[in-house]
Every structure is written in structure tokens, then in C-alpha cells.
Write a protein that binds this ligand. Structure first.
Ligand SMILES: [Zn+2]
Length: 109
């Protein structure tokens, strides 16, 4: 098919089928933290938002990274949530911090 774009550089692979050959930019998803590019995979008709590996999280990835860094420094959950509140002005619950730890630090040492 003439003019069909394949293997576009800079487009992330589909988070369902893993193929990037038929991924197209779909539009932007806007929330209170800003906008995220949304993509559509034509291979499996799946719409997704890569979100820097933090897909589906309600918080900016920098907050999640900072949170994980703090926990890895040995701060308690209470200290971490307080620090995030001071630093970013965002209230994070201790259970959310635990979720992030479980989701992003497994197997890392
Ligand atoms: Zn797909």
C-alpha cells in the first residue's frame, strides 16, 4: 500500500500485542496533570497511552520516581508521603506508595 507508514520511529509498541508496526498516533488524553499522547494499534484495535512506563497511574511519573527513590533511601511511608506533599504539593496515600513500590521495584536491588 503506497504511502503507508510502517515501523514509525518514536512510536511505542502496543501494550497488548507488542507490535509497533501498526501503531498510529490517535490523539491526546488530557487530565489535570497535562496531556498524554494516545496511540492506536491497528493490529489488534487497541488504544493505549504509554505514559513513560507508568501507564494508568494518576500521578506524574516524576512523583512516582521520587517516591520510589525516597523509599529506597530508607524513609518510612509516613516520611515519604510528607516529603511528596512538601515537594510536589500532591497528597499521596501510604497505600498508593506501597502500590508503586510493588509495581516498580520488584526484582531490583
Ligand atoms: Zn496491538
Amino acid at each position: 500500500m503506497r504511502g503507508r507508514k510502517r515501523s514509525l520511529k518514536g512510536y511505542p509498541p502496543c501494550d497488548r500485542c507488542g507490535s509497533s508496526a501498526d501503531v498510529v498516533a490517535y490523539g491526546k488524553r488530557v487530565n489535570k496533570h497535562g496531556s498524554k499522547q494516545t496511540y492506536f494499534c491497528r493490529s489488534c484495535a487497541h488504544k493505549f497511552t504509554p505514559d513513560d512506563g507508568f501507564k494508568g497511574r494518576r500521578f506524574p511519573s516524576e512523583v512516582i520516581r521520587a517516591t520510589i527513590n525516597l523509599t529506597q533511601k530508607g524513609l518510612t511511608l509516613k516520611q515519604v508521603t510528607k516529603h511528596i506533599k512538601n515537594e510536589f504539593g500532591i497528597g499521596v496515600s501510604e497505600s498508593t506508595v506501597l502500590d508503586w513500590i510493588n509495581a516498580y521495584t520488584t526484582g531490583k536491588e
